[in-house]
Design a protein around this ligand. Structure first.
Ligand code: PLP
Length: 391
């Protein structure tokens, strides 16, 4: 007889999912109601308002897509693009490459602006690309590149796009709740995020928001959106229909209880406090890593507090270290992706997991494992250095 699945208890300090707040797990286990129940409709309205708060936007079309961040990404591309359109896509890591895939699958053309992995999107290059392609409809970029731990200048990129009469698609999957995000202040047009990074919610939900201008473009499409499920016009019949909500798909009712709880927690803390907490814990983690003799390759000006890229010391076996962290301490850190595979680790400090306990635990465990594999590091200094930051 197959038995119930009882997952091990881990500490998740990779690129996501992050440690889920127990309050959110508790919310998830509340009784399921119908997806058209009047009590549920009230919850949906609150989720929309809470997402407007989290994104800092008044956009009426702000809601969660019933699928992971990748579906939020796809919803932005399939709704704004039509065959023959041209999009300037910035790539400085894994996720810019997925944007290109999305553009091409819409029958549109991607003009790539490439930057090295570990560097932010080069504003100068984007300006040149906008000048060279006056017919571009959309500028697409990733605000917080989770594959490298780099923040790009979303405010400047959105302003540039506006000057050139271009819409923007912005990936904020890893930024929402972790670093400053100001959708209306930036004037971003189509923005998607994820539940399992700095919101510390369970995976599988993707908050999105569309500006009035983006909604206008969607309303005036000449081709039907090729995805029935992600067609915002149809989805809005359910999410935007007020009391006259019509069935489109069955909302993931319990996952939305969880999302609601994660946003209530964010509202209780306050956006600025949440951003400051991520920054403080990042500072302590970096102090500890550097005291140990490890280095972070990303320029401090562009570092994401919630995703720390750490150079693997010469001669140290990447997989062995991560394996020992998991086996001995049930601690998950992220491997390097693409060009950074085997060369760097990614240590996440996301949402609920961005706290002193996790920082000190991670430093202590990493130090013990590195000493075990014979790495040439400074012993006994990391936790002390991190604690200096906490004061
Ligand atoms: C995690 C992530 C995604 C994809 O989200 P999923 O929930 O895994 O589909 C997209 N973009 C960025 C920047 C991410 O970090």
């Amino acid at each position: 007889m197959t038995r119930s699945f009882i997952p091990p208890v881990r500490t998740l300090m990779g690129p996501g999912p992050s440690d889920v707040n127990p309050r959110i797990l508790e919310a998830l286990s509340r009784p399921t109601v119908g997806h058209l129940d009047s009590a549920f409709v009230g919850l949906m309205d609150e989720i929309k308002q809470l997402l407007q708060f989290a994104f800092k936007t008044n956009n009426a079309l702000t809601m969660p897509i019933s699928a992971p961040g990748s579906a939020g990404m796809e919803s932005c591309f399939v709704n704004l693009l039509e065959p023959g359109d041209k999009v300037i896509v910035c790539q400085n890591g894994v996720f810019g490459g997925r944007m290109k895939e999305n553009v091409e699958r819409c029958g549109a053309t991607a003009v790539m602006v490439q930057d090295d992995w570990g560097k932010p999107v080069d504003v100068q290059k984007v300006e040149e690309a906008l000048k060279a392609n006056p017919d571009a409809k959309v500028l697409a970029f990733v605000h917080a590149e989770t594959s490298t731990g780099v923040r790009s200048d979303a405010k400047t990129l959105c302003a540039l796009a506006k000057q050139h009469d271009c819409l923007t698609i912005v990936d904020t999957v890893t930024s929402l709740g972790g670093i400053e995000l100001d959708i209306d202040g930036w004037g971003a047009d189509a923005v998607y995020s994820g539940s399992q990074k700095c919101l510390s919610c369970v995976p599988g939900i993707s908050p999105v928001t569309f500006s009035e201008k983006a909604v206008e473009v969607i309303k005036n499409r000449t081709h039907k959106v090729q995805s029935w499920f992600l067609d915002m016009d149809l989805v809005m019949g359910y999410w935007g229909g007020g009391v006259k909500r019509a069935y489109h798909h069955t909302a993931p009712v319990n996952a939305l209880y969880a999302l609601h709880e994660s946003l209530v927690i964010l509202e209780e803390e306050g956006l600025q406090n949440a951003w400051d907490r991520h920054a403080l814990n990042h500072k302590a983690l970096v102090a500890g890593l550097e005291a140990m003799g490890l280095s972070l390759p990303v320029d401090p000006k562009y570092r994401l507090p919630q995703l720390n890229l750490v150079t693997i010391p010469e001669g140290v076996d990447d997989a062995k270290v991560r394996g020992l962290l998991m086996e001995k301490y049930s601690l998950e850190i992220g491997a390097g992706l693409g060009a950074l595979a085997g060369k760097a680790w990614r240590i996440g400090l996301m949402g609920f997991g961005a706290n002193q306990k996790n920082v000190l635990f991670c430093l202590g465990a990493l130090e013990a494992v590195l000493l075990e594999v014979g790495a040439d590091i400074q012993a006994g200094a990391a936790v002390k250095a991190a604690n200096t930051i906490y004061g």
